[in-house]
Design a protein around this ligand. Structure first.
Ligand code: MLC
Ligand code: AMP
Length: 504
């Protein structure tokens, strides 16, 4: 095929007048309409002089047009680089500079602040507002609704997704067409998606889960999506009767269970609920089954690898496990000290190899070499074991990472900001249990001798630099941090000390 990603996900739907997206106001976007819009956007990008391999950074609200930029990039051979709408201007600057994006598509609200930065960095700017307004669609409206697909190979880059790192510097994970396609095809089969499905889509489309897992599956299977801008409990409850499947992070399921309108009758017709991106408590799994009669299917993935394991569609979906390696994906458990493979049942670091594993981090050969072995195994940083029946259990993380409501937060990034504040000697940022987000962020501050830091001013400094979801829910001031004999901060002691801070 000339362009495997575009042809397999989008091109196959050419001319189809079947529904692709149903919007909150009940408006329906057909496959043909969606493709016409994406072709118009592709024409705008070609006219702007973008050429295959160029990066297109996109920070916009979820909308059909936002998704059409992904299709337009695939058709034009451009690298799609979606960005969390919560990122601040400081955070954006890094992504744009590091990726060398040729075009930035942003919300009209941010145009002013981004234009100066873009000029500085040699990028163009177009706007796309939540309602589809803005310069991008105004230009697109004047363009032809067809576009000659640019030939690409399966190992050409399709997307960059930035993922934070333990050093505080984000890394651009380079995903190829084959990475995305192989995973989508496997998941369609494993989870039995067909063109008769209706997927309730309330996840953001700037991360793997909402973009590649949900959308690529729907496109591969040819099914339609109820496309909600975000998770809104009332909307979900209103729309569930029209859906056959839903995907979400654990917070989706705990919020639904907290609502008395969420009953067995409401979801009796549903075929499948999928959870991932963060651990689903066994307790939630059991509560869900008791309430609805459905067992949530939990799977495990990462930005760098797409999906790695899944509980079975048929067969036992085991609470507290992430199931079996997907067909074509190899999983091994190794000793974190020397990388040797451990005997079955032992706890060690989870490594993954397969067609789903990314190409490496953009312009970071040392970081790539540290995490992606020469033999193709990727070191996930997750700790796990495989039980006697082959189910994979994730038991912890070998990386200093907090997952809040499905968003990854690297403590180092927040510690760097806190350490920079007046009167702060040092800080430690930890994740503690939270009834809604699973984990939430707590900042522990040690003041300089005799000083009393102004925690209010610190929160303001954080606000400017970091996205809202990374902000500590609380800052506590202590005399000293617990350290081991090597002088390393013992975050496990802090986590234990503050574990009940946000208990419900
Ligand atoms: C929003 N806020 C969060 C937050 N989401 N804070 C911490 N963690 C989060 N995840 C902020 C809001 O800005 C708001 O700030 C306050 O917290 C309360 O917001 P809310 O209205 O309760 O949140 P809501 O907008 O409903 O969002 C919660 C959520 C959302 C869980 C629905 O975060 C979400 O959709 N998460 C999904 C993330 C995801 O797609 N992850 C996949 C990554 S891919 P204020 O100022 O009002 O107090 C991946 C690989 C894989 O991990 O395996 O899938
Ligand atoms: P990200 O880098 O945002 O793609 O997040 C990937 C990380 O999310 C993984 O390395 C895991 O730590 C975590 N994760 C994803 N799915 C699950 C799951 N089902 N259970 C536990 N952790 C998960």
């Amino acid at each position: 095929m000339a362009n495997p990603l575009f042809d397999s996900l989008f091109g196959i739907h050419a001319g189809k007048t079947t529904p692709f997206l149903t919007l909150p106001d009940d408006q329906v976007v057909t496959h043909a309409e969606f493709l016409a819009t994406s072709a118009q956007i592709a024409n705008v990008m070609a006219q702007a002089g973008l050429t295959p391999g160029d990066r297109v950074a996109v920070q916009v609200e979820k909308s059909p047009q936002a998704l059409a930029i992904y299709a337009a990039c695939a058709q034009s051979g451009l690298v799609f680089l979606p960005l969390n709408t919560a990122y601040t201007a400081d955070e954006l600057r890094y992504f744009i500079e590091n990726s060398g994006a040729a075009l930035i598509v942003c919300d009209g609200r941010n145009e002013k602040s981004l234009t100066a930065m873009a000029k500085d960095l040699g990028a163009r700017v177009e706007t796309l507002d939540a309602d589809g307004g803005g310069s991008l669609m105004a230009k697109a409206a004047t363009q032809p609704d067809s576009f000659a697909t640019v030939p690409r190979a399966g190992d050409d880059l399709a997307a960059f997704l930035y993922t934070s790192g333990t050093t505080g510097r984000s890394k651009g994970a380079m995903l190829t067409q084959d990475n995305l396609l192989s995973n989508a095809r496997t998941l369609v089969q494993e989870w039995r998606f067909t063109d008769q499905d209706v997927l309730l889509h309330a996840l953001p489309i700037f991360h793997t889960h909402g973009l590649f897992v949900a959308t690529n599956i729907a496109l591969t299977a040819g099914c339609s999506m109820i496309f909600l801008p975000k998770f809104d409990l009332d909307q979900i409850i209103a729309r569930l009767p029209a859906a056959t499947t839903m995907m979400g992070v654990p917070t989706f399921y705990t919020r639904l269970l907290d609502d008395t309108r969420f009953t067995q009758d409401l979801v009796a017709h549903m075929r499948l609920f999928v959870s991932g991106s963060a651990p689903l408590l066994a307790e939630t799994h059991i509560q869900f089954e008791t309430r609805t009669g459905h067992r949530i299917l939990e799977r495990y993935g990462m930005t760098e690898t797409n999906m790695n394991t899944s509980n079975p569609y048929d067969g036992e979906r085991r609470a507290g496990t992430v199931g079996f390696p997907l067909p074509g994906v190899e999983l091994r458990i190794t000793n974190p000290e020397d990388g040797t493979e451990l005997p079955q049942g032992d706890i060690g670091q989870i490594e993954i190899r397969g067609p789903n594993v990314f190409r490496g981090y953009w312009q970071m050969p040392e970081k790539t070499a540290a995490e992606l072995r020469d033999n193709g195994f990727f070191i996930t940083g997750d700790l796990g074991r495989v039980d006697a029946d082959g189910y994979v259990h994730i038991v912890g993380r070998n990386k200093d990472l907090i997952i809040s409501g499905g968003y990854n937060i690297y403590p180092k990034e927040i510690e760097l900001v806190l350490d920079d504040q007046p009167a702060v000697l040092e800080s430690a940022v930890i994740g503690v249990p939270h009834p809604d987000f699973g984990e939430t962020v707590l900042g522990v501050i040690v003041p300089e001798k005799g000083a009393s830091p102004d925690t209010g001013a610190m929160m303001q400094a954080i606000q400017k630099s970091l996205a809202r979801f990374k902000h500590p829910r609380e800052l506590v001031v202590v005399d000293a941090l617990p350290r081991n004999t090597m002088g390393k901060v013992q975050k496990n002691i802090l986590r234990d000390q503050y574990k009940d801070m946000f208990a419900s």
